[in-house]
Write a protein that binds this ligand. Structure first.
Ligand SMILES: NC(=O)c1ccc[n+]([C@@H]2O[C@H](COP(=O)([O-])OP(=O)(O)OC[C@H]3O[C@@H](n4cnc5c(N)ncnc54)[C@H](OP(=O)(O)O)[C@@H]3O)[C@@H](O)[C@H]2O)c1
Length: 265
């Protein structure tokens, strides 16, 4: 049973996962990182100890969660002698669990399919789906038990499917967020208060969650309204990158709804 954890990393995931585990009475033994200010702050929040020297890492934890960048996860794991034979997992969507296989025979993945930004609250921690993978049955069962104690759902998922899930998350969350940012920039440059977009965003998400994205599409591309699309492209004349994004997304909508075929028939 996992009762004590060392978290490696002091970024977005370390912050939120640490808070969630701490709230659920799982002991965070140590936080390892290289950023002393972030690490000591997180240490206070989690009632834990911050260390920035890998040789000081405790060998007493039931689980070690690597929540650093993909390259740092590997580099630190090979440098930490105390981690040999321990239960190691990382939180990445697109990294093999086997990065740990020369260090221990107990390793896996604990990938939370959620977007985390430090200091921005999570609406409901217990709604976070965790994708898990493990080197052996015992470790897998321990991860399942941990997630159940957090009150969350788990999904067993191998590397190939996890990479695809991650890709879908990049479209649904990261690219969507960037599109909203581009929209905010247009409003700012036109001196329009971005608050005007709030109701549109809420209704868009309501429709997606209620009916699915395919059924919810509106706008000039799905209507194949070339006059409007050309007016918009003209407004983006001085911004070739954003003009290209507008063109490509419109092309994608047209292709996915087979609009030209529909019009031809
Ligand atoms: N954020 C999300 O929404 C999210 C969701 C699910 C999964 N993930 C995955 O979780 C992992 C962490 O993501 P994140 O968003 O928390 O990243 P992040 O906020 O950028 O944090 C990365 C952490 O890694 C540390 N780090 C980088 N290189 C290091 C090194 N050489 N030695 C020691 N520490 C090092 C950083 O330290 P410094 O502060 O000193 O740079 C920081 O503490 C990634 O694998 C990511 O794919 C992220």
């Amino acid at each position: 049973m996992i009762n004590s954890i060392v978290i490696l990393g002091t970024g977005n995931v370390a912050f939120h996962l640490g808070k969630f585990l701490h709230t659920c009475n799982i002991k965070i033994l140590q936080i390892f990182g290289r950023n002393v200010i972030d690490g000591e702050n997180l240490g206070k929040i989690l009632n834990s100890y911050f260390i920035n020297d890998i040789s000081q890492i405790s060998d007493k934890a039931d689980l070690y969660i690597f929540a650093m960048t993909d390259t740092a996860n590997y580099d630190i794991a090979v440098k930490a002698n105390n981690l040999k034979g321990k239960f190691l997992v990382h939180t990445s969507g697109s990294l093999e669990s086997s990065i740990f296989k020369n260090i221990t025979d107990r390793y896996g993945v604990l990938y939370p399919f959620q977007t985390f930004t430090k200091n921005i609250e999570i609406l409901d921690y217990q709604k976070i789906p965790f994708c898990i993978e493990s080197s052996d049955k015992k470790s897998l069962n321990e991860l399942k038990d941990l997630i159940e104690r957090l009150g969350c759902k788990f999904y067993e998922m191998d590397y190939e499917r996890r990479k695809k899930l991650h890709l879908s998350g990049v479209f649904a969350s990261n690219f969507m967020n960037h599109c909203v940012y581009l929209a905010e920039k247009i409003l700012k440059n036109s001196e329009i208060d971005k608050e005007i977009m709030s109701s549109l965003l809420k209704q868009s998400f309501y429709k997606i969650l209620k009916n699915g994205a395919y059924q919810s599409q509106t706008g000039p591309a799905i209507r194949n309204d070339e006059i409007i699309m050309n007016k918009h492209l003209k407004l983006l004349e001085n911004n070739p990158l954003e003009k290209e994004i507008y063109k490509k997304l419109s092309e994608s909508i047209i292709a996915n709804y087979k609009i030209s075929k529909k019009n031809e028939s």
